[in-house]
Design a protein around this ligand. Structure first.
Ligand code: HEC
Length: 254
């Protein structure tokens, strides 16, 4: 028992050493106070739901993308990404931004208070996972079906189009492996990518074409540059065939 306790203390000490505490900024501390107004319903802990969904990693997250939370239809249909601008509008008048939301009206219109809250929420960040990638892919497929290729692809390529969520973005190939859109790098549009392989030599686009031709949807794992932290990381892309196009969204994991 004594030994066990010693071990526990040593590992806590190790953890402590591995993650040196960064001093909070004045804005972050002020933001934590403003967050008192949200706390009755929201936690900033990962996966912890209250009357409202967890706000862990909210900045850049697609709206209504936590699978464990029962959102209103209005928020699910909003198509929003929680960019700083959208969060400001939500804080100032959530029911005006998304009529029909289940969240009671809050009215934080003071720009400084909004800044503080955003600074605080930024410190509670998380990686985007399969759930967020799935929400974005479903939105992209719906957009393509509703608006047709020209308009949908232009929207996926537009940084303000609502299809880029931190390190998630939409890419589209035609069935010959030509890029039709890439939210990460719109300049790729029109280029032939069928011979594209990853950092380890894996034929990515051919594999996607094979999946599209057989089951119509699936997942492909490869090594890819994460433009948010500028590192080559493991990426898993979910793809879905829509007519003669392959639509995909991938997330990074370790
Ligand atoms: C009385 C409870 C309550 C309070 C107070 C509250 N919220 Fe909410 N919030 C909710 C509920 C419920 C939802 C889900 C809304 C829906 O599904 O339409 C929500 C949703 C959200 C979302 C969208 C989350 C997502 O996953 O898409 C954000 C962002 C948010 N709230 C921010 C805030 C902030 C910031 C505050 C404080 C200024 C706050 N909320 C105060 C109940 C509350």
């Amino acid at each position: 028992m004594r030994q066990l306790r010693g071990w526990a203390i040593a590992s806590v000490a190790l953890l402590w050493a591995a993650a040196p505490a960064r001093a909070e900024t004045v804005e972050e501390i002020a933001g934590k106070h403003v967050f008192e107004r949200c706390k009755a319903c929201h936690s900033v802990e990962l996966g912890k739901m209250g009357f409202g969904p967890s706000l862990h990693g909210i900045i850049g997250r697609p709206a209504a993308s936590l699978p464990m939370f029962l959102y209103s239809d209005a928020l699910k249909a909003s198509g929003l990404i929680w960019t700083e601008d959208n969060l400001r509008s939500w804080m100032a008048g959530n029911d005006k931004l998304v009529p029909g939301t289940r969240m009671r009206h809050v009215g934080i219109t003071d720009k400084a208070e909004q800044d503080y809250l955003i600074a605080y929420l930024k410190t509670q960040s998380a990686a985007m996972g399969p759930e967020q990638a799935r929400v974005l892919l479903d939105r992209a497929v719906a957009k393509l079906k509703a608006d047709g290729p020209d308009k949908a692809f232009a929207t996926f390529n537009d940084p303000k189009g609502g299809f880029i969520a931190r390190d998630l973005y939409v890419f589209v190939f035609d069935m010959t492996g030509k890029y039709m859109a890439s939210g990460a790098n719109p300049k790729l549009t029109g280029s032939d990518a069928k011979d594209l392989h990853d950092a380890e030599g894996k034929d990515i686009v051919r594999e996607m074409i094979n999946i599209a031709n057989s089951t119509g949807s699936g997942e492909v794992d490869y090594m890819w540059l994460n433009r948010v932290d500028n590192r080559v990381e493991k990426k898993r892309s979910m793809i879905q065939r829509v007519g003669d196009y392959i639509v995909g969204v991938g997330y990074y994991f370790n």
